[in-house]
Design a protein around this ligand. Structure first.
Ligand code: NDP
Length: 287
């Protein structure tokens, strides 16, 4: 009698974060795996900060092909990895780890790439002048990718000036983008000849009526305005910018693009964006 062999051992990836229960990524990833017939599983893992090193060692021991890192592990995880890609090195933050054929764990940052892909649907950042509002993890990833993509000039604008200074210095030292830092204070006016404005602060997250305190009279139909905040999808900033004729990009596309990039890096399969976006909208109650 022929013996049927069934492979009960999927390839494993997942996410390490604190507050994992609120992270919808697992649904999006598993939708992509199912759609493409990939024998892969994505495990959402609650990992406290003091056990991150043990968790990474566990992932190695259990043969994980990679994993995502979310709040608060994006910077701390670096010390437990073997290699970093240039974007992770420059931004100092890792949101995606890949296991190579030699078993080494390489950290990269797909947040910035995800942003870039969403942006490129609207504008090529090469040769543009950009304003990045914020200097935290998301802002660093976005700023680095914009600079690597050939932005000519960048103003990093943040509530805490020292963080903006630090990010502008990284951009200046490592890329050919001209970068300066300013403090984000009430009524900040977007400099003339700016092409792209990115809100990479957490202002507006879960607060539909709150927005970064920029002077909206300095926004016009000359601008592309992007927001990394994905909940709500249409933030106050995007609504007000669209009312002034600007083209807008919401944070949902970035979220799906960064997840799709992770699937690509881990499996080599170029996943169906629509399948992933539809699932995200469904689990966020947007359908
Ligand atoms: P961080 O905590 O690292 O950074 C927060 C940033 O927001 C800092 O620059 C901080 O300024 C600024 N900020 C916070 N509150 C205020 C305020 N009241 N006024 C002015 N500035 C403020 O967070 P992350 O960078 O990790 O996340 C930022 C946002 O990006 C979140 O909303 C997150 O959900 C989103 N995100 C979206 C992704 C996507 O795929 N769409 C991917 C990753 C993140 P200061 O330095 O002064 O504190």
């Amino acid at each position: 009698m022929a013996v049927m062999t069934i492979d009960f051992l999927p390839e494993l990836v997942g996410s390490m974060s604190t507050g994992a229960a609120g992270n919808p990524t697992v649904a999006v990833m598993e939708a992509a795996f199912r759609h493409h017939g990939l024998h892969w599983r994505y495990v959402n893992m609650e990992v406290p900060p003091d056990l991150l090193g043990v968790a990474v060692a566990g992932a190695r021991a259990m043969g994980f092909r990679g994993f995502n890192c979310s709040i608060p592990h994006k910077q701390a995880v670096v010390q437990f990895l073997d290699d970093l890609t240039p974007s992770a090195e420059l931004s100092g933050a890792v949101n995606c780890v890949m296991r190579g054929s030699d078993g080494r764990f390489t950290g990269t940052n797909t947040d910035g790439l995800g942003f870039l892909r969403a942006l490129r649907d609207v504008i090529d950042p090469h040769g543009t002048n950009v304003v990045v509002l914020g200097a935290g993890g998301a802002a660093r990833a976005v700023a680095v990718e914009l600079a690597l993509a050939g932005a000519t000039r960048m103003t990093v604008c943040n509530r805490t000036l020292s963080a903006a200074d630090d990010l502008a210095r990284v951009i200046r030292d490592a890329t050919s983008t001209i970068a300066d830092a300013v403090e984000l204070s009430v009524g900040y006016g977007i400099p003339e000849r700016t092409d792209i404005v990115v809100n990479a602060t957490s202002v507006g997250l879960y607060e539909p009526d709150t927005m970064v305190p920029i002077d909206m009279d300095t926004i016009s139909d000359q601008h592309v305005v992007a927001d990394v905040v994905f909940n709500p999808i249409e933030t106050s900033l995007l609504r007000a910018s669209a009312a002034r004729g600007a083209q807008t990009i919401n944070g949902l596309a970035m979220l799906v693009h960064q997840a799709a990039e992770a699937v690509r890096l881990w499996t080599g399969v170029d996943p169906d964006f629509d399948v992933m976006e539809t699932k995200l909208r469904e689990v966020m109650g947007l359908e």
